[in-house]
Ligand binder design. Structure first.
Ligand SMILES: Nc1ncnc2c1ncn2[C@@H]1O[C@H](COP(=O)(O)OP(=O)(O)OP(=O)(O)O)[C@@H](O)[C@H]1O
Ligand SMILES: [Mg+2]
Length: 252
């Protein structure tokens, strides 16, 4: 089974990095199925392996980087990504990285225009995307942005590709509770604006910001030797808007 009906499917998935003589095992025997079209959270504490998983799902491993040892299988829209990342997915998957990935020398508008050009779309859409992200009058320099505004520009950049799958790595990190909540709501609004064409997955350890917003939590990734029961949970939780976004410890 390639999990074609799922946006993301992890089958007996494991991820480990070489450490000295041994290995740092982050994930083991994880089975997660994320249905297409929903807004989901994947919860994990610091160091659980969220950013590593995001790199795999977006094909961000640099060939020169020491890649982790991957076991099991991982599919995005039915396409395997655990060996070579399929070129066909690059246009369909957009990620906001933990660091935001903005070019500080450019204006917020130019940052979004760049992403639009990269996606083969008109740069004229930039102001509309920034406005959708809550920045009606963006300042001229990225350096002038507050932390919350930077996140908004990063969201606008990610939307530039009109992705089928949007991944957000800790999008509320470093923000106060109010700013975090408004970013969480923004992510849901932009998800809904895509009218069911998009799957959104937020990797986070900050549950309160997302309380009541997600269609479901596809479980928490809990560090070493996580044991997944998430397939069953996800099936139960799919299509339940407003469900409390509670993480479930896969290893508990
Ligand atoms: N390229 C790499 N080579 C070796 N070890 C790595 C590499 N990338 C990450 N790690 C280690 O893997 C563990 C998980 O890192 P990762 O960044 O995926 O976790 P995370 O869940 O995103 O954490 P955080 O919430 O702090 O961002 C950490 O202990 C980290 O040091
Ligand atoms: Mg991380």
């Amino acid at each position: 089974m390639s999990g074609a009906a799922s946006a993301i499917e992890l089958q007996d998935f494991g991820l480990a990095y070489a450490r000295g003589d041994g290995e740092l095992v982050l994930l083991e025997n994880v089975d997660v199925s994320i249905p297409a079209g929903g807004f989901y959270l994947l919860v994990g504490e610091s160091g659980a392996g969220k950013s590593s998983l995001l790199s795999l799902l977006t094909g961000l491993w640099e060939p020169r980087e020491p890649a982790p040892r991957i076991t099991g299988r991982v599919f995005v829209f039915g396409m395997p990504v655990h060996r070579r990342y399929p070129a066909a997915l690059r246009r369909q998957v957009a990620a906001v990285l933990q660091e935001g990935g903005l070019l500080d020398d450019l204006s917020p508008r130019a940052n979004v225009e760049l992403a639009l050009r990269a996606a083969g779309r008109s740069p004229k859409l930039a102001l509309g995307l920034l406005s959708q992200a809550g920045l009606d009058r963006p300042p001229s320099g990225v350096a002038e942005l507050s932390g919350g505004m930077r996140k908004r520009v990063a969201v606008a950049r990610a939307l530039a590709a009109d992705p089928r799958l949007s991944l957000f790595d800790e999008p509320t990190a470093g923000l106060d509770a109010n700013a975090a909540r408004s970013i969480a709501k923004l992510l849901l609004e932009t998800h809904r604006a895509a009218g069911g064409r998009r799957t959104t997955l937020v990797l986070t350890h900050e549950l309160p910001a997302f309380e009541g917003l997600a269609d479901g939590s596809c479980g928490s990734i809990g560090g070493v030797a996580a044991r997944a029961r998430a397939r069953q949970q996800t099936t139960e939780e799919a299509g339940m808007p407003g469900r409390k976004a509670a993480g479930r410890g896969l290893g508990s």
